[in-house]
Design a protein. Structure first.
Length: 336
């Protein structure tokens, strides 16, 4: 039995916590904002800078002690097992989840796209972030602000962001549990600043790096208590994709229950610009935004038998057969 799922049998009610379509003063959105990081940090400390978006070389200030792996959670079984790409909703419900990867390998130090985060907060748009453990460890303050914000959910994107398609036994579990330990550190840091406990989420979310996994890796991820989240809508935002093209990509593929993949580590050059037109357009078409945990509770998750970007087998072009090898492909401008 999956004790971490917490999914009520009736999956058709949209949670009260989902932000309103319009009218930014709606009760749910205002409640989130009141309980958010603005109660813990001064406005100037929350607002980001353009300089933070750029990747950079590691310095002595980026050094950190490797965490001890966290304990595994209860195994994921039933409707949340496998790879979840989208959620089937009741007729008439048009809820979607925007997700943002915060990828980082050993070097360079990835960026933080403040324009994205600032826009989401200003417009009360719930979203889910998937940081790697190294990103968490080298962006301590920004990471703490994300986990302290009830507008957001924060998942797990591995520790070193390796291609895990051909990972040896235990590698997937190690990557997940090291990052869960970094998330525990981050929540503790946020709790210290806020003067209140930042609780661990009821559901642990994991996204495979590069959208690539093998069957044994899927089983290993579920086995240590992680719900595997992928996507069904590819923004294609890395590496210079224009805002107009990002908007076209999303609007072409999005539908009720979709999970959209974007990047907030600086690789999405025009992602923040795209959100400024994409979010109003989606709202005008009747879509509501939710975090991934909210979306899972709102309907029936649709699992897939394997990981892929847009169609089965499309990650094979860069799966190199070196178990756990860390590399930095761009997925042809798709998702990382």
């Amino acid at each position: 039995m999956c004790t971490l799922c917490g999914i009520h049998p009736s999956r058709r009610s949209v949670l009260g916590g989902i932000a309103a379509l319009a009218g930014m003063a709606a009760a749910g959105g205002m409640a989130r904002a009141a309980a958010g990081p603005a109660a813990c940090w001064a406005p100037a400390d929350l607002t980001g800078s353009v300089a933070e978006k750029a990747e950079r070389r590691p310095t002595a200030a980026d050094a950190f002690a490797m965490p001890e792996p966290a304990a595994a959670g209860p195994a994921v079984t039933g409707g949340l097992a496998g790879v979840i790409r989208r959620v089937n909703l009741a007729p008439g419900e048009k809820t979607i989840a925007l997700t943002f990867d915060l990828c980082q390998t050993r070097s360079p130090i990835a960026g933080y796209d403040a324009g994205i985060v600032d826009y989401l907060r200003a417009n009360l748009v719930p979203a889910t972030f998937f940081p790697s453990g190294r990103w968490l460890e080298t962006h301590g303050t920004r990471a703490a602000q994300l986990v302290a914000d009830p507008l957001f959910a924060v998942g797990n994107h591995s520790f070193d962001h390796p291609d895990l398609h051909n990972a040896t036994v235990g590698k997937v579990a190690s990557e997940i549990l090291l990052t869960e330990a970094s998330l525990e550190r981050t929540r503790a840091a946020a709790s210290a600043v806020c003067g209140r406990a930042i609780a661990a989420p009821a559901v642990r979310l994991f996204r495979f790096p590069y959208g690539s996994c093998g069957g044994s890796g899927m089983a290993e991820a579920n086995g240590v208590g992680s719900v595997i989240i992928q996507w069904d809508t590819v923004s294609g935002d890395p590496d210079g994709t224009s805002a107009a093209e990002i908007e076209r990509n999303v609007m072409r593929e999005v539908k009720a229950g979709s999970i959209v993949v974007m990047h907030a580590n600086g690789r999405g050059t025009h992602t923040a610009e795209a959100l400024a037109t994409l979010v109003p357009r989606l709202r005008a078409e009747g879509f509501r935004f939710a975090t991934v945990p909210e979306l899972l509770r709102a309907g029936a998750p649709e699992p897939a038998a394997s990981c892929y970007i847009e169609k089965p087998g499309d990650t094979l072009r860069y799966d190199d057969g070196i178990a756990g090898h860390t590399k930095t492909p761009t997925l042809a401008g798709k998702a990382a």
